[in-house]
Ligand binder design. Structure first.
Ligand code: SF4
Length: 328
């Protein structure tokens, strides 16, 4: 497996390997109840070139073996039990929860987690929970996944099925890199200047999600002496990650692109300005993917460098080789 590094974009702010947790069957490991796997080409091939995966199979880890009897969630959707489908006397709820708690305590180095959808152990949402009449409702979370998410509310999490959606795919990988940069900031020693620089670097990325939250977070950082810096930082990253968890819209991207164009107005002649403006408008109308105006802006900022824009994560939030903005 490759050992890639967090070296994306104009912001080479961290130089350690980015590690992501993953349900082991998604990597092609034959750990499913039927002895098979659910290999995802996007995860096992494309993402593997950029991240180091840490694989978990909770059902194998608690000793269920492979192949094994399938299990399902039964009861109340907030506190369901994981019972055998053929033998309801088989109750692995407690071992799955205990294993989830144990793993949650060991994964502070991870910058994301990809779960297998629909699994009573690994599913992130909409997992079937059967009521006492045997009728399923898609209202549950896998018992292992629930412990991970509960213990790490900031950790970017996603399911492999949702990663087929271009917006959700881009959004998840963007959040992984933001979280990795945040961890690098903390690992280097939190400072007032570091926190302010982090906010500045993420200005346009955050604005592509919410200008209101960008301003609110600016106010939060306006007086760094009023409370312990660590407390302010905790509030900051919680709000930032929550805001980034909702994908940016075409309208907000257009707004950010126009802001960035403003930095070039004095440097470009009228023909280039018009061309760039029309390209942004064509993106707004859905005629081009986001990568087109972004690539043009990157080109112009190479010719006309601007120190403030050079540090903006927005123009280069994740590796171009993943082509995540080609379908946005
Ligand atoms: S979904 Fe989770 S528990 Fe099921 S096989 Fe995959 S990794 Fe194992």
């Amino acid at each position: 497996m490759n050992m890639p590094h967090c070296n994306t974009g104009a912001n080479d702010m961290c130089d350690t390997t980015i590690q992501i947790g993953v349900s082991a069957c998604l990597l092609g490991r034959k750990v499913r109840f039927d002895g098979g796997h659910k290999r995802s080409r996007f995860i096992a091939d494309a993402l593997a070139d950029h991240f180091e995966f840490v694989a978990f199979c909770p059902e194998v880890a608690i000793g269920m073996g492979t192949p094994r009897q399938p299990i399902r969630l039964v009861g109340d959707d907030r506190h369901p039990q994981a019972l055998g489908v053929k033998t309801p006397e088989l109750d692995v709820s407690q071992p799955l929860r205990s294993y989830g708690k144990k793993v949650a305590g060991d994964i502070h180095h991870l910058c994301g987690f990809i779960f297998k959808k629909d699994s009573p152990s690994c599913g992130m949402e909409r997992v079937k929970v059967y009521n006492d009449k045997g009728i399923p409702e898609r209202s549950g979370t896998g018992l292992f996944a629930r412990e991970i998410i509960k213990a790490h509310p900031l950790l970017p999490v996603e399911e492999e099925g949702r990663l087929n959606d271009a917006d959700l795919r881009d959004n998840f990988i963007t959040r992984v890199y933001v979280y990795a940069r945040w961890k690098a900031l903390l690992a280097g020693g939190l400072s007032k200047s570091g926190l302010l620089k982090f906010h500045t670097d993420h200005k346009y990325l955050l604005m592509s999600h919410s200008t209101v939250v960008y301003k609110q977070l600016g106010q939060l950082l306006a007086d760094l002496s009023r409370a312990p810096l660590a407390d302010i930082a905790d509030s900051y990253i919680a709000r930032l990650m929550q805001t980034l968890s909702k994908p940016a819209t075409r309208k907000r991207h257009t707004n950010v692109l126009q802001h960035l164009l403003g930095y070039l107005k004095r440097d470009l002649d009228s023909a280039h300005r018009t061309d760039l403006n029309e390209t942004i408008e064509a993106y707004r109308r859905g005629e081009f993917p986001l990568v087109v105006p972004i690539r043009m802006l990157q080109h112009h900022f190479i010719v006309h460098p601007h120190p403030y824009i050079n540090q903006q994560v927005y123009l280069d939030p994740h590796p171009q080789a993943l082509q995540l903005r080609n379908r946005l």
